[in-house]
Design a binder for this molecule. Sequence first.
Ligand code: HT7
Ligand code: ZN
Length: 876
Amino acid sequence: GQIVHLADYRPTDFVLERVDLTFELDPRATRLESRLIFHRREGVDAKAPLVLDGDELTLTELRLDQNELPAGQYDLSPSSLVIRDLPETAPFEVTVITTINPEENTQLMGLYRTNGVYCTQCEAEGFRRITYFPDRPDVLAPFTVTIIADKAANPVLLSNGNFLGGGNYDEGRHFAAWFDPFPKPSYLFALVAGDLGVVEDTFTTMSDREVKLKIYVEHGKEARASYAMDALKRSMKWDEEVFGREYDLDIFMIVAVSDFNMGAMENKGLNVFNDKYVLADPETATDQDYANIEAIIAHEYFHNWTGNRITCRDWFQLCLKEGLTVFRDHEFSADQRSRSVKRIAEVRHLKAEQFPEDSGPLAHPVRPTTYREINNFYTTTVYEKGSEVTRMIATILGRDGFKKGMDLYFERHDGDAATVEDFVKSFEDANGRDLSQFSLWYHQAGTPLVTASTSYDAAAKTFELSLEQAIPATPGQPNKQPMHIPLSFALIADNGSLVNAASVSGGEVTGDVLHLTERQQSFTFSGVGSRPVLSLNRSFSAPINLDFKQSADDLVQIARHDTDLFARWQALTDLALPNLLQAARDAREGKETVCEKAFINALLEAAADETLEPAFRAQALALPSENDVARELGGNNDPDAIHSGRQAILKQIAKAGAEVFGKLFESMKTQGTFTPDAASAGKRALRNSALGYLALLDGGAERAASAFAAADNMTDMVHALTVLAHRFPDDAKTAEALGAFLKRFEANALVLDKWFAIQATIPGASALSRVKALLEDPHYAPNNPNRVRSLVGSFAFANPTGFHRADGEGYRFLASQIIGIDPRNPQLAARILTSMRSWRSMESVRANHARSALVEIERTPSLSTDVRDLIERMLK
Ligand code: HT7
Ligand code: ZN
């Protein structure tokens, strides 16, 4: 793969006016006749040829205005079709006939088959695996699609847009025609055909149009789509109410498939989903599954405006649709559930996934300027940091200013392929504010480090806050400019009330937000009668690392009194971290560790506080993970020491809180029939975290086993089974429970994924032999991405002690898996390989083993561009 540079962008020489596709479906030899109407763009040289993209295609026929094209008029290569001597000004029609083999398409890009269903995935560059085409997001056209297929095997024939009509055809075949009037780029094209069940509903839009809603699933799974349908209708309503966005076609369809590389895809009017994010019922889905379904259904639906109606000019602008749409789905979930608890979960995820990416060899700006393989840029930086950048625009401009900017963006750019600059300019123009310094967030990679210190002058009644920002060097960006960092803050008095300073000087302050814009900046608050406690970066208003040495007393004060629940959680985390870090150091030196009482007391106080929502208390009890501790340690990491140290702390908390946890386990039991609402889910989460602590006390295995036996929903069952398997892997009760679980859910692929993941994440060196044995289990499915992620992915991403074995066997195992998966499915291989991105932060013995494993992959002949691109960046 060639390196692509943003600076090389230029529009196409030809404008595509219309697309007319006719598919004759066959599992091994699908014929596609594609008719494309083009005209030469004004001012383009009359000799310029038409260049179409292709990938692994067989060209069967090529015509220009219905006449076969002579061989001398075009050049064919594996990746392109170049046609010369085209009309200077008049529109012309190119007919391209290709033959494709969906059955052999294991990459799951382009047209492929999953469980006998034809399905497409075209983002980012999959359409070129279907036909020769200007496969880039700035080429938009209306599409007409006709699908012809065997009627018995494929009663359902779907594509984008509105249904035009259908009927019987020859030889037991039938056809359906679809027209999508909204000009779209090829990456939003979709086709689905097969024998599927359907769940139907309707939605009446704000201008009183009735839209048909259909969710297609495998036969027999229809009942499991009802939560997704409900989430869809809530998403449609929310987008009207909050963003003023109405749905635009007569029909909106979702299809759930079992083989899919990512979560879902927002094809116009025909979203295709990984069935993991559609199917749910109380017996088989956890609360987390329900929350994911709600979020991803919303995310793909919201793309209809942010991504489809306004798309990206080029793939460098990916965050324009992804960061913004993640922000929109976060806001949706926050409105549907508890805003603070949602924010805590988002920040946990951001720090666990994006912060390591931003501090390692794969770091890149939210809006990159080069790429070799675009599939590798569907990253947590583009998505999650992209969302944080959008959130900061909202924080800086305020609710109304943000809305004005969004409205202007929709008004100006509907129908466009836009850029990040267009987006930012809409906010600038709508608010009369210069956001040029703020825009550095799009261009500078790396997580800023903000160092804060405070001093109080009792005589002058002033409180001073000194801030300094530093943005670490990242690949290709050694030097950084200071950024505009919006920091939400509060001053808390001794009695717990919030203090309003008479005035603040030293920089811009709007409401409860300080605007840090210089490298070093001091803010002075005047008229402050006694020393306040400062709560900084409340709600995680900026995605930064904050170095602010606060005393345990100050943190306890925030944990007790801040009106921002996120800040209370952050304070408890800040109390926990030094204990976990010290425990890891102690474990490494073979010393006993002692957890600070102030922390344990604050934690148990929050856990027992009935004025706090259970979901929040559960978040507080879920201490920073082993990976969080490793990140805080920053380097020379020993996962075994981190694990033992953390276990020691957990045990001390369990002992001190035995009574609290016992009570919570009893009182948080949800009664009656299962409902997946946030309040019930919160109670289950709190009860289950109590169980986690109780299992560390005498009789823990019995407790966990009986919780497993008593569980009447998947959340409780998975949790109890995880506690049992992770704490007592060799206990007979664990084998018994795993066996019972398998027997009961053997026929449900999504539940089987959980069974694999629980075992893949059992801590300790023996994990590897367990994982290897599971690879041979008859239920393992090496071609199903969900199953591979549940076993190999869970092991590499979520089992620090098992994967990062000191003898390097975990890394060697991963290398052999990557080498095996890559030829079949490069995207899947590449994604799992990113589990090695922080290899340099391991202690030297492990780091050396990791390097050797990466070099072994690098030496493999004919690696995909996906894997090669990552390996080269990781080894650089
Ligand atoms: N926009 C979608 C991205 C996606 C994708 C990208 C590369 C390869 C396969 C893929 N499947 C879906 C998903 C989204 O962010 O909404
Ligand atoms: Zn998306």
